[in-house]
Design a protein around this ligand. Structure first.
Ligand SMILES: Cc1cc2nc3c(=O)[nH]c(=O)nc-3n(C[C@H](O)[C@H](O)[C@H](O)COP(=O)(O)O)c2cc1C
Length: 189
């Protein structure tokens, strides 16, 4: 068993992290891989619920290409009805799931793959709208620390509008609804 078996490549792999505290916590995370033929990875973890839960030593991730799942989990936790299985936790439409042993070290968690499964395979052409919604969301989750990132959120939103499928457009709506609800309402989308 190696990281590559579950779709990981060298570089930063954007996935949805799932941790257990008093509830199921979900958040997009970038899993950093140097050797996809191995089992070791790491992830930078900013202060968050994910970081708190990682103190328990386990991180699940789902490899998934549904932009709405990225958008909702970036700002909220996915409720149980978003899952097709809770043990192991698998969000509906996920392609693969992995369980990692996690050890916090400074700003990072060191990860060791201990279990995983491929749930389904998907055929899909590259869509710039998907890539752009991921960029928009990354910047949107850092707006509190750096409000000037709103310019990038707007820039990538335009690409999503131009290139995205209805799923990317729905994810865009989820993001802007959240930003407006949470005090970025005065910013035009
Ligand atoms: C595509 C994407 C990748 C992200 N990668 C990371 C990451 O590697 N580390 C991190 O701490 N936050 C990352 N974030 C931000 C968290 O998902 C975000 O702060 C989330 O709200 C944390 O939720 P939580 O408090 O429920 O853990 C990423 C966000 C997106 C959209």
């Amino acid at each position: 068993m190696m990281l590559e078996d579950f779709g990981f490549t060298k570089g930063i792999n954007e996935v949805v992290g799932i941790t257990f505290g008093d509830w199921i916590n979900t958040a997009p995370l970038g899993v950093i891989v140097e050797d996809p033929k191995g089992r070791i990875a790491r992830v930078r973890v900013y202060p968050s619920h994910t970081r708190e839960n990682l103190k328990r030593g386990i991180l699940y991730v789902n490899v998934i290409n549904d932009p709405v799942v990225f958008a909702v989990s970036a700002f909220d936790d996915l409720k149980e009805d978003w899952f097709e299985s809770l043990n192991p936790p698998i969000i509906k439409n996920s392609l693969a799931w992995c369980k990692f042993e996690a050890k916090l070290k400074g700003d990072f968690a060191e990860l060791k793959l201990i279990e995983g499964g491929v749930v389904r395979r998907d055929l899909r052409a590259v869509n710039r709208g998907f890539n752009a919604i991921i960029e928009a969301l990354v910047h949107a989750t850092r707006l509190k620390e750096n409000p000037s990132l709103i310019e990038k959120v707007r820039y990538y939103s335009e690409i999503v509008r131009k290139c995205g499928s209805e799923r990317e457009l729905r994810a865009l709506e989820v993001m802007w609804e959240y930003l407006k609800r949470n005090g970025v309402w005065y910013l035009r989308d």
